[in-house]
Ligand binder design. Sequence first.
Ligand code: BG6
Length: 513
Amino acid sequence: MNQAADQPEPNPLREGLSARAVPQPCAIVIFGATGDLTHRKLVPALYNLAADGDLPPAVVIVGFARRPKTDDEFRHDLEESTRKFSRQPVRDEIWKNFEESIFYHQSEFEDEAGYKALAKRLDEIDKNHGTRGNRLFYFAAAPDQFEPILKHLKAAGLNETCKGSWVRVIVEKPFGSDLASARELNRIIHNSFSEEQTYRIDHFLGKETAQNILVLRFANAIFAPLWNTHYVDQVQITAAETLGVGTRAGYYEDAGALRDMVQNHLLQLLCLVAMEPPTDLSADSIRDEKVKVVRSLRHWSRKEIATEVVRAQYAKGAINGEPVVGYRQEKNVNPDSQTETFVALRLFIDNWRWADVPIYMRVGKRLPKSATEISIHFKKAPAVLFNKDLRDLNVLVIRIQPDEGISLRIHAKVPGTSFRIEPVKMDFHYGTSFGRASPEAYERLLLDAMSGDATLFARRDEVEQAWAFIDPIEEAWHAKKDVPELFFYPAGSWGPEAADDLLARDGRAWRRL
Ligand code: BG6
């Protein structure tokens, strides 16, 4: 008997993350090619992929922007920034080879002729570089440019595929500024591209440790029985940055920390922590489960927002001993700005698994340390035997960055003749366990988009549901009366006292980072 016949057919839907699709040759067209993101993140990420031999053999980068520039000037600018921002040092021989696949296409975003010329140029690139008609359009321009770009791409026929080729769009955040504008943006995108062609980037999902949350939860049997309201006392998520607003006031003044970080990055992390096991690892099965988490978030009433959400802005202070100005004194910031640079909130996921487990989130700029972590605090052991006097809980910490890893706090007996018990840490560090640096989030995400794997990109319904949660908070903050207070905290502190009170009234405290 043929043994192979006994083996079940592999189910392609059950492969997903563990057996990845292969990235394919393509032309990557970056709209907003002279901007910060292209220089700091996108091109350094592509260079690192090339240096590690992870790029498909034929990948061409076409920068699309308004400023006049030659291919050579563009390559020169990118070389400079890549040398500055690359994860690994730039090697001359690799850069030389890499830059030959970089081109510059000068056009206004509104100029129809510029897109026709782009279509022609891409056809030539296909012929000369073997990119096979595959196109990845990266929207790194200002959001108000998205509509004209999409309209002209369609008019130039650049949204169409032929003979087995593919066309995809990657859309950078911010994805709208509220539910209505996100819906409108989705509508505009879907005039030209289908949902399957749309990759909404959230770079936190590309971080190694964020991806590891699913592995931790679903490749280890020991955590699953504890991962629910019966054993979890609380969950904390912190994303702290020492940086201030820098040169981004133009965007940040309207956005603020809630829109900039909570609506996307923090809610995405929460989804990974709180979701049910997906039926398989396909992009949609995972996203089906994630969206249920956002849909289950309890929406606060206007009155509750004042007590459940704390907003604050940094005042002058010091970071690492260096004095820094307050937010209102930063360049291009309104001296009376009401924009929050810090948010702390308590939320609840009203579903069977998480009923009554408080989730505390905080995010802020100009905090004492740059660190992002998720901690799961388990309930106390019964108050008999050793546990009468123990104050610490068992805590599982997922360090997203820096020093990526996972630690578990347990209790141990202090060596000696007396019976003293102290908390200790079991600690896993990516760096030491695997001995190599994790790729940058953008490396992973660009490769996934070239492979047609949308698992780590946000789906339309996820983004819209997240805005539905955020909108009432923004509305309360911008209301005409009973507006919740904007607190201030000195730069270099862990935010206002009100953020501590949010937990103190539940008899809890933020984890010390
Ligand atoms: C971006 C926000 O999405 O994420 C920034 O717009 C923030 O304000 C940044 O600084 C943080 O990302 P990372 O990867 O540096 O933690």
